[in-house]
Ligand binder design. Structure first.
Ligand code: FMN
Length: 288
């Protein structure tokens, strides 16, 4: 970003050398006094870039402050090649709002890592539906599926297809399982944020020595959580079952041993007595 002429010459050389589209991702600028994304975007377009993506923060900002979507919108308006915007699409509603900046599309980073359903939820909103609900069981299951996905990734690549850092990879004792665990650790720091017992899961991922161990641990946690939820639901159900008394009065009676008596003919006429009176009601409300 500090040497736009140099960047443009690199893009020109690449565009000439390859048959596939060359795309460029950039930030808003280097820092507050060098916000040159519009200049650089125009130059790389002239140099032959097929599309541009702009994260509306400066390099100096890193992830602080907020992304400048006015700048992204200006660049989208000025260029003729497709422009993609990026920055602060963390909630499904923000995804929809950002698309209104006139961009061709979005690059969503942290939002997807925290909530892999964000794009589906944004599509729900765009279609006029409420965003789909994601249960903690869904989130737990996702992790198991992600492990399976990673286990089958990169396994049939021909030698030399991918650059491997020196000292890493199978030739140096780095197993595919180890690679999967490292990927999970990278995801875990994002994915576990805001999750029930997220810090426990994060720790489990970070100390895992084997995938089998991690999967077993996670399955136990999921089963335990499902049992807790089922118990909560059962309690909630019981609470609800006794909420309305025979006179139709909403009351706060919660007593695990009392259940609504079957209605007999004589009781259904509204005669009192079959259901405990308010004074007989026995336990404080249970929060469900
Ligand atoms: C874990 C992580 C990895 C990323 N890797 C890349 C990358 O390889 N190349 C890139 O251009 N941007 C990368 N980004 C930046 C994102 O594409 C995006 O521009 C930035 O995170 C701002 O969007 P957000 O607010 O939706 O996170 C990465 C971001 C994160 C959080």
């Amino acid at each position: 970003m500090r040497e736009p002429e140099h960047a443009a010459s690199v893009i020109a050389a690449m565009a000439k050398a390859v048959k596939i589209p060359v795309t460029v991702k950039m930030r808003a600028g280097w820092n507050e006094s060098e916000r040159n994304a519009l200049t650089l975007a125009t130059m790389v377009e002239d140099a032959g870039a097929a599309a541009v993506a702009v994260h509306g923060r400066t390099a100096a900002q890193s992830y602080s402050g907020s992304a400048d979507w006015d700048l992204v919108a200006t660049i989208a308006e000025r260029l003729t090649i497709p422009v993609f915007g990026s920055g602060d699409c963390v909630e499904p509603g923000q995804v929809i709002d950002r698309l209104r900046a006139g961009v061709e599309g979005l690059l969503v980073g942290r939002g997807v890592l925290r909530n892999p359903w964000i794009l589906a939820q944004a599509a729900d909103l765009a279609a006029g539906r409420a965003p789909r609900e994601v249960t903690s069981a869904d989130r737990g299951q996702f992790l198991l599926e992600y492990i399976e996905l990673l286990l089958h990734e990169r396994v049939h690549e021909p030698a030399g297809f991918r650059h491997v850092a020196q000292g890493c990879g199978p030739a140096h004792g780095g197993s595919h399982h180890r690679w999967v665990i490292n990927k999970l650790r990278a995801l875990g720091s994002w994915y576990t944020k805001g999750l029930d017992n997220g810090s426990h899961l994060r720790t489990a991922i970070n100390v895992a020595e084997s995938l089998d161990g991690l999967r077993d641990h996670h399955r136990v946690v999921l089963r335990r959580r499902a049992a807790v939820l089922a118990a909560r639901r059962a309690r909630h159900h019981l609470t609800r079952a006794v909420f309305l008394d025979r006179d139709g009065v909403l009351n706060d009676l919660v007593c695990g041993t009392v259940s609504r008596p079957r209605r007999s003919r004589s009781m259904s006429s509204g005669s009192p007595g079959a259901f405990p009176r308010r004074s007989e009601r026995c336990a404080p409300p249970v929060s469900s």
